[in-house]
Design a protein around this ligand. Structure first.
Ligand code: MN
Length: 239
């Protein structure tokens, strides 16, 4: 049986063909899987479960059908959809997992995380993350009218795009020392994350032990999926 890992779909109404690609993936390959793990940024933006749009409805229906076929779906928040809450997770019949989480796949403990916490060189982002993951900040934000939240999200996205263009590629990638620290701290030899949109399987020397860091790809032009089966992992495109 195959376990599937995806992230960074960034679904929204502006790219309906990618939403459809995802729905088709859920209704075909995922129905035959052992489990589906979505490791953040399923949606381009999320301003509260009460503001779910037609794309979110379509995705919830597809994922709920997976549950009906006894395929569990797990979700870890990304930096875009960190406000996705219990109400939507119940609709989609997916289980929210903390970031990071350790899962056991075919007897091996694997560290899962969205990946933004690994980008420790990006101090302004980490400051925003600390603020926006605060429960009091989230309660205050979610209490604002939907139109105000939409305006805030649009502005934050525009600022983030300007900022990302202004800094170097190295700053938006993971910090190598942080990767080693996470592997050691959790006592694992494999980690899977997304966020950076730099799909690859990196071999890591963990002081004599072989370790591996899998980076999932985004779903901008096509899909990207990691399939784990029988001790083998393969990172492939979904078209
Ligand atoms: Mn991300």
């Amino acid at each position: 049986m195959t376990t599937l890992f995806i992230s960074d779909l960034h679904l929204d109404a502006s790219r309906p063909h990618i939403s459809q690609l995802f729905v088709d993936f859920v209704h075909s390959e995922a129905t035959r899987a052992n489990a589906l793990y979505i490791i953040g940024d399923l949606f381009e933006a999320w301003i509260g479960d009460d503001a779910a749009d037609a794309t979110a409805d379509q995705v919830a229906a597809a994922l709920a059908s997976l549950h009906a076929r006894n395929v569990p779906c797990f979700f870890i928040h990304g930096n875009r959809d960190f406000l996705l809450g219990d109400a939507y997770a119940r609709r989609a019949r997916m289980t929210l997992l903390p970031d990071p989480s350790i899962v056991e796949i075919e007897g091996e403990r694997i560290l899962l995380m969205h990946g933004d916490t690994l980008c420790t060189d990006d101090a302004p982002y980490q400051a925003f993350r600390a603020q926006s993951r605060n429960p009091a900040w989230q309660r205050a934000f979610l209490a604002r009218p939907v139109v105000e939240r939409q305006a805030f999200a649009a502005q934050a996205r525009a600022e983030s795009q300007r900022y990302t263009r202004s800094i170097g590629d190295a700053i938006t990638d993971v910090n190598a020392a942080e990767v080693l620290s996470e592997l050691r701290q959790h006592g694992v030899r494999r980690m899977i994350h997304g966020h950076t949109h730099r799909p690859a399987i990196h071999a890591i020397d963990l002081g004599g032990d072989d370790a591996e860091r899998v980076v999932l790809g985004d779903w901008y032009e096509q899909g990207s999926v990691l399939r784990c089966s029988g001790g083998l992992t393969a990172l492939d495109a979904v078209r």
